[in-house]
Write a protein that binds this ligand. Structure first.
Ligand SMILES: Nc1ncnc2c1ncn2[C@@H]1O[C@H](COP(=O)(O)OP(=O)(O)OP(=O)(O)O)[C@@H](O)[C@H]1O
Ligand SMILES: O=C(O)[C@H](O)[C@@H](O)[C@H](O)[C@H](O)CO
Length: 163
């Protein structure tokens, strides 16, 4: 990959953003940032109580992640963020020109559900997965990769498309 990029690994909860993002960060030598760490506590509490976030809940969070991307503009970064809607991705990429690249982890409802059922100790209730898919507007200009393969295979596919 020639130019430094800020990569945003996106997709519904449970698609493997954190898993794949950390591996990508190691391969590229870019710092890793988990987007969930930038949620205000009330957002985490809202999701943990079984209520989905709405556009207003997400706006401040997305603006914080855009600020992070701008700070990392010249050094690169791998950031995980569900980035479910087109409007969210526009907020995230503001000021980044062509230096932000979305990596879309794509999987069926049943596959993602099975992944969440096997995951322990996470605040996100499986019951919210349906609302994640309902909100999802798949990106048209992202590097899209199927999650129906091992994490390292996903990473190799992403690296190939980044070149
Ligand atoms: N390619 C894969 N194959 C099998 N299991 C996977 C794969 N990717 C991730 N997992 C597992 O699926 C679960 C969800 O992964 P992860 O937490 O990385 O998803 P996420 O998109 O970051 O979720 P969230 O948005 O809720 O934080 C974890 O238990 C993880 O170990
Ligand atoms: O956009 C959203 O509804 C939220 O950001 C969720 O996607 C969480 O961030 C995460 O995916 C769950 O852990």
């Amino acid at each position: 990959m020639t130019k430094t990029k800020v990569l945003v690994v996106m997709g519904v909860s449970g698609t493997g953003k954190t898993t794949v993002g950390k591996l990508l960060s190691e391969q590229l030598g870019y710092p890793f940032f988990d987007g969930d760490d930038f949620h205000p506590e009330e957002n985490i509490n809202k999701m943990a109580s079984g209520k989905p976030l709405n556009d207003d809940d997400r706006k401040g969070w997305l603006l914080k992640l855009n600020q992070l991307a701008l700070q990392q503009h010249n050094v690169g970064a791998v950031i995980t963020c569900s980035a479910l809607k087109k409007a969210y991705r526009s907020l995230l990429r503001a000021g980044m020109g062509s230096d932000m690249q979305f990596i879309y982890l794509n999987g069926s409802f049943d596959l993602v559900k099975s992944r969440l059922e096997n995951r322990k100790d996470h605040f996100m209730p499986i019951a919210l997965l349906k609302t994640q898919f309902e909100a999802l507007e798949p990106p048209s200009k992202a590097i899209a990769v199927s999650i129906a393969q091992q994490p390292d295979q996903i990473v190799q596919e992403v690296l190939k498309q980044l070149k």
